[in-house]
Design a protein. Structure first.
Length: 148
């Protein structure tokens, strides 16, 4: 019998905001709202093809990835809420990065024509970009993740 999702201690940062979902009887996905990093039980150093997996990742995400005590590799999460906003890691290096949030705005009439074939209704509002240091949960709150 498959277990239910649960909130538990993060294997990476040891905070109490790690949301765990069960992929199958022996593997779990991890999404920590404390540190903002995500992993799963299949992504273990020495057992997983990280070269292919990381081929489309930004350099910053590869640089700030971390490995926990059980060999799982963790990457910064990207939270994308259609019509609301996006949370992402923003910076230039492992020493110089922080969480960022950017809100989305509806297309103008002129933009609707331009993007009609792409089925796009919203774009990032660059004026709304806000930085949150290492406070992932505040960045998520900024884009409305916790609004009911």
């Amino acid at each position: 019998m498959m277990q239910k999702d649960l909130l538990s201690e993060c294997p990476l940062c040891h905070g109490d905001g790690c949301y765990i979902t069960f992929m199958n009887e022996s593997a779990k996905n991890y999404m920590c709202f404390g540190c903002g990093f995500t992993s799963n039980d299949l992504m273990r150093v020495g057992e997983f093809d990280f070269e292919e997996f990381e081929s489309e990742y930004p350099e910053l995400y590869k640089d700030i990835a971390e490995t926990d005590s059980e060999g799982r590799k963790w990457y910064p999460a990207v939270i994308n809420l259609p019509e609301q906003g996006t949370v992402f890691a923003n910076g230039t290096s492992k020493e110089n990065w922080q969480w960022a949030g950017i809100l989305l705005r509806e297309l103008t009439e002129a933009e609707k024509e331009k993007y009609a074939k792409k089925n796009i209704t919203h774009l990032s509002d660059t004026k709304s970009l806000k930085l949150f240091g290492r406070d992932f949960i505040e960045a998520c709150d900024y884009i409305g993740l916790f609004k009911s």
